[in-house]
Design a protein around this ligand. Structure first.
Ligand code: 2IT
Length: 450
């Protein structure tokens, strides 16, 4: 790294955020790709654009007290990190998972800011959640937790302030409970304050499918660039939740074959493909059961199950990590390359460790696509949900699908163009960072010292 501005900012960032490893990881990875941009735009240094973007607008932390079905009290920590409102209201999901901490919230908010910008829709970036563990909890317990969480969060959000949505552990059911409590406290029907709602009260068609469909549309553009198609390709995916489900559905529809999915407990290998409505819908049943076991799929459909193992290194054409951050390390990456996989398509937020990503980007035989571009279809349809809410109407499935498709193609094309322009060739990782950063930076410069 030669750029002295970037060096200085990274030094300060490491010092100030020493106990936030995931946040440092994402800042370092993104900033490293911006070197040619800083050389071309000296005004960004003059106006401290990087320092301002790295320091969130606001970090909110609060206590959440709730009661389980036996009458016991529990205390969890809730967060909302409002990273940037340079191009729109803060926007990003809520994660309920025992591993949630400040570092994770800040890294997800930082990634989200770039991702949201890539969609071309007017959304800033943020993230929130709690270290609450939904595993094994009843519906009533989930509802009481969501109500307690919203009783604090409501004062920080709103349709033109901050618009949360789902993420790991938060789906449309949780969003329903959160929205009910928001409406009760505010006595206002502001359905634009949350996205990922059920259809009857302001949800968008295709929001549940959006992340997985969008990822597949993006992959399609990568394949087209390579004179290739999805037809006949084999896939290994991690996860079994909402995102994996949507991707499996669309991949199958377009003629690809998914042979592996995974959970916390291991992975299943279904050589016939996860390609019938019954099999695909079973993923939704597993998520709804909150049992956290992908072994249930192997038992139900009689296929192989590998406890404690990740689905990397199987002989497939495409790998798509869809589960959690840092789920692919160097050894996994080496296995993926050794298996002859041609496309490594990140879907979950920052699924690749820094070392593994550097290794994969150095391999000529594999194309790498970054999660902030690939999974942007989810938040893009959230943005379309906001538009529908503010216009008080609902579009058709076809209308939303056409817009999602166009947005994903545009994300790919603008990333490829930005990478080319700044000397990276067809590097989709650098291209996504550059295309979004320039737009956010220009908005910040235009708005003065804030
Ligand atoms: O990581 C993500 O982009 C999400 N969890 C969705 C965020 C949103 O506001 O729809």
């Amino acid at each position: 790294m030669k750029n002295t501005y970037i060096q200085r900012v990274l030094h300060e960032t490491r010092f100030r955020n020493a106990d936030e490893p995931e946040f440092l990881q994402t800042v370092e990875e993104i900033v490293a790709t911006l070197e040619p941009v800083m050389a071309a735009h000296p005004e960004y240094e003059k106006y401290c654009v990087l320092e301002r973007l790295i320091e969130p607008d606001r970090v909110i932390s609060f206590r959440v007290v709730w009661e389980d079905d036996e009458g016991n009290y529990h205390v969890n920590r809730g967060y909302r990190v409002q990273t940037s409102s340079a191009i729109g209201p803060y926007k990003g999901g809520l994660r309920f998972h025992p591993s949630v901490n400040l570092s994770m919230m800040k890294f997800l908010g930082f990634e989200q800011t770039f991702k949201n910008c890539l969609t071309g829709l007017p959304m800033g970036g943020g993230k929130g959640g709690s270290d609450f563990n939904p595993h094994g909890r009843s519906d009533n317990e989930i509802m009481r937790f969501c109500q307690a969480f919203m009783t604090e969060l409501y004062r920080h959000i709103g349709p033109s302030c901050d618009v949360p949505a789902g993420d790991v552990g938060v789906g449309s059911q949780e969003i329903g409970y959160l929205f009910g409590q928001y409406k009760r406290i505010k006595n206002q029907y502001e359905n634009g304050a949350l996205t990922g709602k059920h259809m009857p009260y302001g949800g968008s068609p295709l929001r549940p499918e959006a992340t997985g469909y969008g990822a597949t549309y993006y992959l399609n553009e990568v394949l087209k660039h390579n004179n290739d198609t999805i037809e006949g390709k084999t896939f290994a995916l991690s996860g079994y939740g909402n995102v994996t489900w949507g991707a499996v559905k669309k991949i199958t529809e377009l003629g690809g074959k998914v042979v592996a999915i995974s959970g916390h407990d291991g992975y299943v290998y279904d050589e016939n493909g996860i390609n019938t409505d019954e099999k695909i819908d079973f993923l939704l049943d597993m998520r709804a059961s909150r049992r956290n076991r992908v072994a249930d799929y192997a038992e139900r459909f009689g296929c192989q199950y590998f406890p404690g193992k990740k689905p990397w290194g199987i002989k497939v054409d495409v790998c798509m990590p869809c589960a959690i951050q840092n789920e692919v390390d160097v050894e996994d990456a080496e296995r993926i390359v050794a298996a002859g996989t041609k496309y490594y398509i990140e879907v979950s937020n920052m699924p690749t460790t820094s070392d593994a990503l550097a290794y994969l980007l150095g391999q000529p035989g594999i194309i790498v696509a970054p999660s902030k571009a690939v999974n942007a279809g989810g938040v893009a349809v959230s943005g379309l949900e906001m538009s529908q809410n503010s216009e008080r109407l609902t579009w058709t499935d076809e209308e939303v699908d056409a817009k999602l498709h166009a947005i994903m193609k545009n994300i790919h094309d603008q990333s490829a163009a930005a990478a080319e322009k700044y000397g990276y060739g067809y590097n989709l990782v650098a291209g996504a960072n550059i295309a979004s950063f320039i737009k956010i930076a220009d908005a910040m410069v235009a708005q003065g010292m804030v």
